[in-house]
Design a protein around this ligand. Structure first.
Ligand SMILES: *[C@@H]1O[C@H](CO)[C@@H](O)[C@H](O)[C@H]1NC(C)=O
Ligand SMILES: *[C@@H]1O[C@H](CO)[C@@H](O)[C@H](O)[C@H]1NC(C)=O
Ligand SMILES: *[C@@H]1O[C@H](CO)[C@@H](O)[C@H](O)[C@H]1NC(C)=O
Length: 225
């Protein structure tokens, strides 16, 4: 069912993604969620780093984003995770002068969808803003074309994202996603490919994302765990 990776290994990524919770310090610790039942100290626990390596037209990626990933995101579990998306997947790239040319598993529209999502992640910065946008895109049959409608629905200004998609800046951003994917150890062999705190997490891909995040968190569990 999964899209197998072709016999090339040049992928990569980058990650931004502020965590989903608000009022969070800009480093990798956060204060206890309000759901804890203990004292009100400000002990900090490391957020669970969840990174999804995906490509825009892959059906299993769409199912994960619409299903388990959205379900943990749209719950108190979002307060203990730091989500990063790497829209590149099984694409290939080659350098042409000062720009990169991408070839995507599901064709050119997938490449357009990937760079759209990459621009959105980089420009919007805050995952509380960009993840619902990408969730909206991936909930359609043509993510590459859904930008204006999803942006309007979520109150996001699409103009800078639109401009980014065909700019040298957007091209460089997508190349960063290629590098991030290529940096995976072990290399990915399919998408969606999920890492938890940097390690490949097969249960995260197979229906146990919530259990994996909750189980890895060292602090008091949020209510939805
Ligand atoms: C992210 O956006 C949300 C919703 O607008 C906001 O509440 C939150 O403070 C923002 N987080 C950061 C780190 O800017
Ligand atoms: C989330 O992860 C990104 C990428 O690793 C990192 O730059 C950022 O500081 C993290 N944010 C938090 C709140 O931990
Ligand atoms: C998010 O979860 C709440 C319940 O906690 C639910 O009412 C709402 O419909 C969910 N939103 C989406 C977009 O799934």
């Amino acid at each position: 069912m999964r899209s197998s990776v072709a016999l090339f290994a040049l992928v990569a990524l980058l990650g931004f993604a502020a965590a989903g919770a608000s009022a969070m310090p800009a480093h990798k610790f956060h204060h206890r969620p309000v759901h804890h039942n203990g004292d009100a100290d400000t002990a900090a626990y490391p957020l669970i780093e969840i990174t999804l390596y995906m490509e825009s037209l892959c059906p299993d990626c769409q199912a994960l984003i619409a299903g388990d990933l959205w379900n943990v995101w749209n719950s108190s579990i979002s307060s203990i995770m730091n989500l990063t998306l790497v829209p590149y997947g099984n694409a290939k790239e080659s350098q042409s002068g000062s720009t990169w040319e991408f070839t995507c598993q599901h064709g050119m529209y997938e490449c357009v969808g990937n760079v759209l999502e990459t621009c959105a992640i980089n420009l919007l910065q805050n995952s509380t803003v960009w993840f619902p946008f990408i969730h909206c895109l991936e909930g359609t049959s043509a993510p590459n074309a859904a930008g204006p409608a999803c942006a309007a629905k979520l109150g996001i200004n699409f103009d800078p994202i639109d401009a980014c998609m065909t700019s040298a800046q957007g091209n460089a951003m997508e190349h960063e996603m290629a590098l991030k994917t290529a940096a995976l150890v072990p290399a990915h062999t399919y998408v969606p490919w999920v890492t938890l705190n940097g390690a490949h997490c097969v249960p995260c891909e197979n229906g146990h994302l919530k259990q994996a995040i909750c189980g890895a968190y060292t602090g008091p569990k949020p209510a939805d765990c």
